[in-house]
Design a protein around this ligand. Sequence first.
Ligand code: FPP
Length: 236
Amino acid sequence: MNAKWLEKNKERFPKHIGFIMDGNGRWAKLRGKLRTYGHKIGVDSLVDISKYARKLGIKYVTFYAFSTENWKRPKDEIDEIFRLAKKCIDDNKDDFNKNNIRLNFVGDIDKLPNDLKIAIKNCIKDTKNNDGFVITIAINYGARAEIISAINKIIKAGIKSVDEKTFEKYLQTAGIPDPDFVIRTSGEYRLSNFLLYQSAYSELYFPKKYWPDFREKALDKAIKVYLKRNRRYGNV
Ligand code: FPP
């Protein structure tokens, strides 16, 4: 992105972008490779996009890494996704504190393999005070499960009636602003149970590119699309 253009427009950039990383399998198949190779290169995209978003002054990014529905996939593929997630945390964890980055997770972490669970818990603890840039990974996440769990916590606390502000405190995303912009790659037009409550007013964008090909230039293009949208929040 041109430095002058960036300076002129960055005030209007989205503060929080959610990414539904789709198309890893198809990207790999197109190249005659295993689906898991697509996930491996997909992790490179996640790292590239995080670094670039931070450089552009975007404060929050959230990535949909594994949905509650993804357990239906072959075991080998699931194991490889979790192995790649653990490796990505291990490879980058020193950078987080060095660069004031908080790595946050939403989803039911308890059901994940033990080594990944421990890596996630340590990462949350070690980076919780960093506030320069916040990366949230949605893993074993489903928005409906998140909402139901919030309701159950409210009932357990004996609260009889809540408003939006109170309800949001019981969501796993508490403290993180709603996404201004949600991008799903690969030309599928669905939210697939991603941040359903939080994306009520998000701008949505569905580029054709498969996730492993979604890099800096693609994010530039997406932001330009976002800047052309007219966010009215129900107003005229
Ligand atoms: C969708 O492609 C992508 C995923 C299921 C995400 C894969 C997640 C990771 C590799 C883990 C990342 C986590 C961290 C902590 C870095 P797809 O398989 O649905 O592709 P398809 O639609 O072409 O089949």
